[in-house]
Design a protein around this ligand. Structure first.
Ligand SMILES: Cc1cc2nc3c(=O)[nH]c(=O)nc-3n(C[C@H](O)[C@H](O)[C@H](O)COP(=O)(O)O)c2cc1C
Length: 253
């Protein structure tokens, strides 16, 4: 099985919570014997679809842009059995970088329209890869992913093998949550193995990945709000805050 794992977070490796979860999933997928290629979308040049339909008319199946998507990513996407779309939740859906990638897969479709099960479809030039959606969010409630889930099911239909959503993801790297974070990452690895073995992830495994990490909303909000207050008072971004504390902590050792 060939798997393409795409991380659309703009944050760098080790900082991106999408990346942390995706690394665990990929570990499990690799252990189960599949071949995985990871793509950090922030390092690629993927231009916006301009809606010219050149890929449907003048050069069927080929986009007019000459960028990393046309040259490298679209051919890899077409050659994959499964694609993991890993994105931070931005305004309740995939982030702009991932949306741009998805729009640029238009050349796989033909323009003609037909009806199936009461819904309008385009024929495909080649069967698109099966999909897994993975996302992380700042808010603590699981329902924050409802809109993304509706979108993913609409987009991928029966090709959607699994949905992996992690709310309150920013807590995962904080020391008090170390144990829970380890359990979540172990379950995500397990999810990767299950995916290769049965093309799905069990409810039990998803249950561990999405488990609440804070008892109640008030404790969560107290923690998050005091953190933001410090950042504002100190005129520091969360990344600068994290970096400063890591450096100070290391110099104490
Ligand atoms: C522009 C922007 C929009 C966001 N929108 C949401 C949102 O709708 N719901 C939510 O719970 N978190 C939202 N977040 C928080 C991110 O989902 C969260 O910080 C996530 O852990 C980032 O993932 P990353 O570390 O992989 O980049 C948003 C963050 C940004 C920067």
């Amino acid at each position: 099985m060939k798997v393409l794992a795409i991380n659309s977070s703009p944050r760098s490796h080790g900082i991106s919570k999408t990346g942390i979860l995706l690394d665990a999933l990929v570990k499990g997928i690799t252990e189960a014997g599949a071949e995985v290629e990871m793509v950090q979308l922030r390092k690629k040049s993927v231009k916006n679809c301009i809606g010219c339909y050149t890929c449907w008319t003048k050069t069927p199946g080929v986009c007019l842009h000459d960028d990393d998507m046309t040259r490298e990513l679209f051919p890899k996407w077409m050659a994959s059995d499964v694609v993991v779309y890993a994105t931070p939740l931005y305004h309740f859906t995939v982030n702009a970088r991932m949306k741009t990638f998805i729009e640029r897969t238009l050349p796989v479709l033909e323009p003609f329209m037909f009806r199936h099960d009461g819904k309008t479809h385009h024929p495909v030039r080649q069967k698109p890869p099966k999909a897994v959606i993975l996302s992380v969010a700042g808010f603590p409630e699981a329902s924050v992913f409802n809109y993304l889930s509706t979108y993913a099911n609409m987009l991928f239909g029966k090709g959607l093998l699994a949905e992996i959503y992690r709310p309150a993801a920013e807590l995962m790297t904080l020391p008090p949550f170390h144990e829970k974070a380890q359990a979540i990452l172990k379950a995500t690895e397990q999810g990767g193995r299950e995916l290769v073995q049965s093309m799905k992830i069990s409810k039990e495994t998803i249950g561990i990945i999405t488990q609440p990490v804070v008892e109640d909303f008030d404790s969560f909000a107290d923690m998050a709000n005091s953190f933001w207050k410090v950042c504002i008072d100190e005129r520091m971004t969360p990344f600068e805050f994290y970096h400063k504390n890591m450096v100070e902590h290391e110099s104490e050792i």
